[in-house]
Design a binder for this molecule. Structure first.
Ligand code: UDX
Length: 437
């Protein structure tokens, strides 16, 4: 099928390449010329495992192209809109500038019977507001939220847990958007992936509710970490124990410096803002608390380093292991890791940051910090280490004995509870976890 994908960021670029990889003919469209130039050369403009391969394959097959020219969308049967909806500069609500611009830019190139499938995460009610504009062209607007996780984006797109399509009252009996989208996602549908057809508002809400739930789960365990810290309990054992209850589950109960990234933080804020607009602010008032708990964990990690170094980090060498908001990603949007590094720098520490993928992005955003690519070089001479992104390079592949050969410092703060505390202690290090004795 001929498809267009408007917006070629973390979501759109992966979606375009993944759709080509399952046999569709796809054009990816974005206003960012540098991004399009890079994608057209078959170079992934960001780090995402597996993307490079399907990009190269798609371009070589001739089924995948990229352009800045919206006119290229003409003739596609489904137009996916996957542009960003960042947090507004002066508030919590989502900024819909890019969604509106994408829809307006697309309108002249739509034909009767086309399907516009919104994938961006938007406040509930957005699709219903956009639908009349799209329907004037004879096309139909549906909402098809995306649940991909960075680092697993290719796999999540090709083989998702579920597919959700929200369809409004289109007034067109001749167009069956659900059938068309079933055809688009045919490999998943054929293997029995749940395919949920619903209304526009439910589809929009499914996405924000899922992210709100995940954020709540993380902040719940981080709240337990705060209690563990004053009682001498161990939050990792607590999480293991409650996680055995299938109703609770162990996933997303990783206590540490909390969540970040381009989705969870801004999505829960946008949800609060939208609920308030709807007169139901109290229904999700707890999300403010979820946000507050999350941000407190960054303070806690900084305090642990300060305390471990005798009350001040001034002129102390602190090596920060990680900059990305999570492993397998070069994304530093709202990264708790980078935030901790910046705060330590602000307290006068000599901060050295290392990360296998995100250094370039981090350097661009915070040029004042010291970045060292080589992990061992970064550790050399450190008074304290702090693990903030649980890359395997630090979590599994860095043995405490090896670290001991690189520095005299013997303090390690485990901001992700990812290290083997016993092994580090046995090697003579003073280990500090998050919510652990
Ligand atoms: C999230 C959702 O998982 C995804 O479904 C949605 O489409 C987009 O938002 P993503 O932002 O890629 O995906 O990251 P995710 O894997 O959810 O992690 C989010 C943050 O939570 C990371 O900073 C991670 O380190 C943190 N996290 C995750 C924890 O602190 N503890 C955990 O137990 C799990």
């Amino acid at each position: 099928m001929r498809l267009s994908v408007i917006g070629c960021g973390y979501l759109g670029a992966v979606h375009a390449a993944a759709m080509a990889s399952i046999g569709h003919e796809v054009v990816g469209i974005d206003v960012d010329e540098r991004k399009i130039a890079s994608l057209s050369r078959g170079e992934a403009p960001f780090f995402e495992p597996g993307l490079q391969e399907i990009l190269t394959e798609g371009i070589a097959s001739g089924r995948l192209t990229f352009t800045t020219d919206m006119a290229a969308a003409r003739g596609a049967k489904v137009h996916f809109v996957g542009v960003g909806t960042p947090q507004q500069k002066d508030g919590y609500a989502a900024d819909l500038t890019y969604v509106n611009a994408a829809i307006d830019g697309l309108l002249p190139f739509l034909s009767a019977g086309d399907i516009v499938a919104g994938k961006s995460t938007v406040p509930v009610g957005t699709a219903a507001g956009l639908a009349p504009r799209v329907e004037k062209t004879g096309a139909v607007l549906v909402w098809n939220p995306e649940f991909l996780r960075e680092g697993w984006a290719v796999q999540d797109t090709i083989d998702p847990d579920r597919l959700v399509v929200g369809i409004g009252d289109t007034g067109r009996a001749d167009v069956d958007p659900a059938a068309v989208l079933r055809e688009v996602y045919h490999p998943s549908v054929a293997k029995g992936t749940p395919f949920i057809v619903t209304d526009l508002a439910t589809a929009e809400l499914v996405k924000v509710a899922a992210n709100a739930f995940l954020a709540t789960k993380i902040s719940f365990i981080n709240a337990m970490a705060e209690i563990a810290e004053v009682t001498g309990a161990d939050v990792t054992q607590l999480a293991d124990a409650i996680g055995h209850d299938a109703r609770i589950g162990r996933r997303f109960l990783g206590a540490g410096i909390g969540f970040g990234g381009g989705c969870l933080p801004k999505d829960i804020r946008a949800f609060s803002a939208r609920a308030e607009e709807l007169g139901r602010g109290e229904s999700v008032a707890f999300l403010r608390e979820i946000d507050a708990i999350n941000l407190r964990r960054r303070d806690r990690a900084v305090d642990l380093v300060v305390d471990a170094l005798g009350g001040s980090v001034f002129k102390k060498n602190v090596t920060v292991l990680g900059a990305a908001f999570k492993p397998h990603s070069d994304d530093i949007r709202d990264s708790p890791a980078l935030d901790v590094a910046v705060r330590l720098h602000g307290l006068g520490a000599w901060v050295t940051i290392t990360d296998p993928a995100a250094l370039e992005n981090a350097r661009r955003q915070h040029p004042q910090l010291n970045y060292v690519e080589d992990r061992d070089e970064a550790i050399r001479g450190a008074d304290a280490l702090i693990l903030v992104t649980e890359w395997d390079e630090y979590r599994r592949q860095l043995s405490p004995d090896h670290a001991s050969t690189l520095t005299e410092g013997r303090i390690v703060v485990d901001g992700r509870n990812g290290l083997d505390a016993g092994a580090w202690r046995a090697a003579g290090w003073t280990y500090y976890g998050m919510g652990r004795p």
